[in-house]
Write a protein that binds this ligand. Structure first.
Ligand code: CP
Length: 302
């Protein structure tokens, strides 16, 4: 694994290794014992992904190079490629990139001598979110084979839906999609299931927000919760050991009743915590692969 760009490229072995490494970081403290710089280049807004990368880096003793696209030479016309090259030139040891383009990474392929991590590519890929979702499901059920998972919401515009569906199927889960008319995604070949069936059948009900920023026209959401969202009535029909997930940000009262966000079945904030550990695992795995750090410089301390 030279870069971390797409779930399509990940083998099941690589996924399980990352999950195991993330669990190790959850249970024990490790620190890189030499100077490493990580550049977090977010060209799209982010709270969780960006800040959990920063926390992951700080926990590892890595220096985070912050970058604010709106206050940078991007405003003078500098491209993503030249911005990334600049960070490589000034000493970044790895790049974390989020950009609105579905395929921003193609322009960078083969042109960098440091690892690149995809922190979100348009509506197509969000592989680090997938890893934290996989960790959350694995912690709950101890396996993926046979686990029934419904991904519900704006499937068409959600990079999480695509990345998660592909990775979960690779691992043997039964994946169903549930969407309002117009939110389906023709290029994602998975069975669809109405939300009323999904809540009764599935072990995981994963909600997605409506991605207003990617819609051509504004969407009216006034009865969305009742028609397509997780209401308290629907939650009451879920299996006893089923869980609720959401990558967040959440639109409370739209795709999920606000009282369910922190209910017993919800793993939404556990997902966010897991984001730190999987990102620590991804960063250290890549740094080792590139020889930027070795086994000896990740030191366990009490
Ligand atoms: N889940 C997620 O990607 O959240 P942010 O947009 O806040 O990073």
């Amino acid at each position: 694994m030279r870069h971390f760009i797409s779930v399509d490229q990940l083998t099941t072995g690589e996924i399980y290794n990352l999950l195991q490494t993330a669990e190790e970081f959850r249970k024990n403290k490790y620190q890189v014992n030499e100077q490493v710089f990580g550049a977090n280049l977010f060209f799209e807004p982010s709270t969780r992904t960006k800040m959990s990368f920063v926390v992951a880096e700080k926990k590892l003793g890595i220096e985070s190079l912050d970058f604010n696209a709106k206050n940078s030479a991007v405003l003078k016309g500098e491209s993503l490629y030249d911005t990334a090259k600049t960070f490589e030139a000034i000493g970044a040891n790895f790049l974390v990139i989020r950009h609105e383009s579905d395929t921003w990474y193609e322009a960078l392929e083969g042109k960098f001598s440091i690892p690149i991590i995809n922190a979100g590519a348009g509506a197509k890929e969000h592989p680090t979110q997938t890893m934290l979702d996989l960790l959350t499901i694995y912690q709950e059920f101890g396996k993926f084979e046979g686990i029934k998972i419904a991904i519900c919401g704006d499937i068409k515009h959600s990079r999480v839906a695509r990345s998660n569906a592909i990775a979960l199927r690779k691992l043997g889960a039964e994946v169903y999609l549930s969407a309002a008319q117009g939110f389906e995604r023709n290029t994602l070949e998975f069975p669809y299931m109405p939300i009323d069936e999904a809540v009764e059948e599935c072990d995981v009900v994963m909600l997605l927000r409506i991605q207003h920023e990617r819609h051509e026209y504004s969407v009216n959401t006034y009865d969305y919760l009742e028609r397509y969202g997780l209401t308290k009535e629907r939650e009451s029909r879920m299996k006893d050991d089923a869980i609720i997930m959401h990558p967040a940000p959440i639109n409370r009262g739209v795709e999920i009743d606000t009282d369910l966000v922190e209910c017993k079945k919800s793993r939404i904030f556990a997902q966010m915590e897991n984001g730190v550990y999987v990102r620590m695992a991804i960063i250290t795995t890549l740094l080792k692969e590139w020889g930027i750090i070795n086994e000896n410089v990740i030191k366990k301390y009490q």
